[in-house]
Design a protein around this ligand. Sequence first.
Ligand code: HEC
Length: 379
Amino acid sequence: MQNKKLYGFGAIFDTPDEIVKAAKEVQKEGYKKYDVHSPYPIHGMPKVMNLPPSKLGYVALIFGLTGAITALLVTFWISAIDYPLIIGGKPFFSFPAYIPVIFEVTVLSASIATVVTMLFIIFKFPNNSHPLNDTEYMKKVSSDKYGIVIQCDDGMFDNLAVVKLFEKLNAREILPIYYDEKELNHNQKILEPKFLIFLLFVAAITSGLTYFTLNKLLYMPPFDWMMEQSKLNPQQTSKVFNDLYGMRTPVEGTVARGHMPFMFKNKPEDAGKFLVNPLSISKSVLELGQKKYDIYCSPCHGYYGEGDSRLRGQFPNPPSLHSEKLRTWSDGRIYYVITEGQNIMPSYSSQLTSDERWAIVHFIRVLQRSLNAKETDLQ
Ligand code: HEC
């Protein structure tokens, strides 16, 4: 104990009430350099000890505001200057949409800055030694006792007076606390060669294992599960054919089942002559035709095909579908107009399957018959 120095005197108490009273007395005596330790926070203690509010709040405020302003500027710069995109008809800088991002960045910067400041500036990390560490006193107050320490560098410190005060307070135990100056100021460095080598070692092991797991292990049985199958994935080489391509283009002229190619591009008359409606009339076909007609054709042609567009002059009104010409056109000729469009009317081949187009033709016939019924319809 010769080369150890006195840090102060500690007094141990059994109950929280006693420690609050003790702190009150010590404060009243006028000691400045003292501290209280307890296994859990004690209500009212900061007030008894007359502690000023923590300065960490200012750190949180400064970094929170910095985060908020940074996030505001970044969202503004990205969405209004660097890459302006109209989204849902909103203005380029649509503030409400960025509130969540700004909020998150504010909280993130404030909390990270608070923790870093606390660790590195207030606790002076990586130097983690304190005279109280590893003392009998600390062992007690961190499990079930309450303690108060008066430091000997307090201007008023006097061995006898302090011990007397503690005795007056009925302290359970009074402990002198010594510390080793060398141990306290050993100035631990973060960038020690040993530590750096350790970091390199960890980095090498981690990346090596990650590489091995993702690139080797997962391809070994049984970890490959169902990855290895005797099948050919798109873009893979195959030795079956001379050109080594796994993907084959179909033989020229191949027609996919149910997808008859349209062979009458720019030949409306031939379409009218050679195309026959493949659908026979039934309730479901007519219902399909009506549904698709109402969706795709009625905005311009009107629900009854009279050319009474709902587009209020934004698109030229089409002619009536009840004209003499249209009534005498064959199904294939009408199908041609839907498939290829006509003058300013666009093609609907990408929106409607060929069956849907034929169903619409049937439905147009229904509309036409409704205004020009044949005598047989009336019998
Ligand atoms: C965007 C508006 C618009 C839509 C939607 C539209 N059409 Fe047309 N349609 C027109 C216009 C305009 C014409 C006249 C084109 C012209 O000048 O030859 C026309 C012409 C036609 C003709 C030929 C009429 C004639 O007398 O020459 C038929 C048949 C026809 N449309 C059927 C349809 C069908 C069936 C649909 C639904 C799949 C449809 N149209 C959807 C605007 C439209």
